[in-house]
Design a protein around this ligand. Structure first.
Ligand SMILES: CC(C)(COP(=O)(O)OP(=O)(O)OC[C@H]1O[C@@H](n2cnc3c(N)ncnc32)[C@H](O)[C@@H]1OP(=O)(O)O)[C@@H](O)C(=O)NCCC(=O)NCCS
Length: 171
């Protein structure tokens, strides 16, 4: 049975099975420099962005626990959430994406649950993120996690699309 689990977060980690038994597993771990190429591919495909490769290592060094990678059974990344803590008391989701082939199986949910737990452990009280107003899939996931829209960011994205800033308490 396919499933996702979280080594770093023992306990009742949520997972979702599939019927055919052939789905790969995904395990949460921290970022490794060898993940870089795969993560940049996921970013290019899912977020249509290209960031300076050095950014990932720099942000990982600043808050290693805030950079979560979901890896398959061969330890290849299938999704990740890169969180930063640049504002006191606040964790911000800077990048969050799951490989297209691995979506809708609970990987994004697992990553977000773990991120919020890392925020709590760090003593942060609020989590924030930005999302394109057209990104219904992500907005639905965030709403399930009790994020609400706190601001409309006009022309926030490089192609001129508006964004929502969303936030929630993490206590
Ligand atoms: C957003 C994203 C990370 C979600 O990852 P995921 O692993 O597919 O998420 P999950 O399987 O945990 O889905 C959790 C819930 O989110 C919502 N959701 C996810 N994908 C959805 C879709 N395509 N349409 C509608 N709702 C969706 C659903 O409520 C879903 O629960 P359900 O399957 O029980 O209905 C993924 O779609 C992705 O990488 N998208 C491209 C990059 C992106 O938009 N990132 C966010 C930038 S702000």
């Amino acid at each position: 049975m396919g499933w996702v689990r979280c080594i770093a977060e023992p306990g009742p980690a949520q997972f979702r099975g599939t019927e055919d038994g052939g789905e790969p597993s995904a395990t949460l771990r921290g970022f490794h420099p060898s993940d870089l190429d795969t993560i940049m591919e996921i970013v290019a495909e899912g977020l249509h962005e290209h960031y300076d490769p050095t950014l990932y290592g720099t942000l990982s060094a600043a808050w290693p626990e805030g950079f979560l990678v979901a890896a398959d059974e061969l330890d290849r990344p299938v999704g990740f959430l890169l969180g930063v803590n640049q504002t006191p008391g606040e964790g911000r989701v800077l990048m969050f994406a799951v490989d297209r082939a691995a979506r809708r199986r609970g990987v994004g949910t697992l990553l977000m649950e773990a991120f919020l737990e890392r925020c709590r452990r760090r003593g942060l009280h609020r989590a924030t993120l930005e999302v394109r107003v057209s990104n219904a899939a992500a907005i639905r996931l965030y709403a399930r996690f009790r994020f609400s829209v706190v601001d409309l960011l006009r022309g926030y994205y490089s192609d001129g699309e508006n964004g929502y800033q969303m936030a929630r308490d993490v206590a």
